[in-house]
Design a protein around this ligand. Sequence first.
Ligand SMILES: Nc1nc2c(c(=O)[nH]1)N[C@H]1C(S)=C(S)[C@@H](COP(=O)(O)O)O[C@H]1N2
Ligand SMILES: [Mo]
Length: 183
Amino acid sequence: MNMNSNTTTSQRARAKSAISRLFPPILFLAASLLSLAPMARAAGVTLTISGNIGKFTNQPARNYVFSEAEFNALPMREISTATDWTPKGTFRGPLVRELLAKVGAQGRQIKFYGEDNYNVTIPASDFSKYDVILARTWNNKPLQLNDFGPFWVMYPIQDMSTSETSGIFIAKLAWQVTRIEVK
Ligand SMILES: Nc1nc2c(c(=O)[nH]1)N[C@H]1C(S)=C(S)[C@@H](COP(=O)(O)O)O[C@H]1N2
Ligand SMILES: [Mo]
């Protein structure tokens, strides 16, 4: 064994131990970033309103995108009711008429799009007649995409008569909403 190969071996050993010292922190960092990813997505929930509106967050695209923070800063209302899909519980969200006012909505028909490609068009008059909210939470927990979220059109069912909540009414309770078009 000559001096040269000895040096090379110890250099390799030092390099190797440097990697093994660095590796756990790198793994830890990677794991932390991965576990943060779903939170980052949840924090990134947005609501896009487009169509016949007068206020925009993106002028060229002519739409208004509510960030989660801006949405959560809106005045909130609660509706405590059971639905066909949920036991009695409390939904919380802003009034749809206030959301529409915020974006300067002018249309008579409001189309709600679900992430599952469902859509329903509701006359704007419903939102002056009833205190309809765009629910973001149920029993204080944010609605998840796989559980009717992020936004669910909710009427004050408990205050409405059976004739008002019969027939096609139930089709207005669009869940998994992320986009609204004012027509
Ligand atoms: N996002 C979304 N919301 C929705 C639906 C849907 O398929 N997707 N169905 C609507 C219709 S047509 C009705 S009658 C009710 C009940 O749907 P269900 O019969 O599938 O439970 O939810 C309404 N909200
Ligand atoms: Mo339906």
